[in-house]
Structure formats: structure tokens, C-alpha cells
Design a protein around this ligand. Sequence first.
Ligand SMILES: [Zn+2]
Length: 118
Amino acid sequence: MMFKYNTDEFNQGVHIRELINYLDYKELLKLQYDLKHGGVHLKKLVEQRIKELESSPKKYCAGCGREIDPSSPTTQTLIFGPPDFKKKATFCAQDCLEYFLNELKTLKGNQRNIKNNK
Ligand SMILES: [Zn+2]
């Protein structure tokens, strides 16, 4: 299990290695030049994109349904599920997270019971 504060969106699929493969020779040379000079351009692009992802869209607590304040220290994000099918849930507070985990436990327990009854 992994806890994270509001950062990126998961399941967007493209890794840095793949991203590099998409670039043509000219773009790679530009990137190499930028990195040699401290990666200022790349840094700016990454920061911009992170800001974009963090500012939208609005998120709601998976426990109580209240709107999430990304800057609040009590906000928690849970990433769960198998590695190829990660799901993400955000919570306004610890007790909402715990409530969600208990619900998940009950759900899993029920699924197990259904399987055993067959
Ligand atoms: Zn909540």
C-alpha cells in the first residue's frame, strides 16, 4: 500500500523511456543541449505540467464527499489495486480514509464469501 499527497494522475500510461522514443533526432539534440545547461527549459515544462495537473479538476473525498483542499495537510491520497490497474482515492482526513478501508475490507470479505458459496 502506498500513501501519497495529491500529485499526479495515474494510469496515463506513458513512461519517460517511451517519451524519449517518441522524440526525433532534432528534439533529442535540443533536450541534450538543455540538460547540459542545467535543464532549465525542461524544468519549466515539468513544473508547468505538474501545476496544471494539481489545479484541476476538483476532487472530492471518497469517504464523505466533501470537496478536497489539495493544500490541506490532512488531505490524503490512497493508491490501491493491482500494479496494472491502479486506482486512486483522495480523502479530506484520516478518518475518511479509515472508513473507506473498512468498506473495502467488507466488500472484499463479501466477495470471498460469494466465491466460497459457489
Ligand atoms: Zn472526507
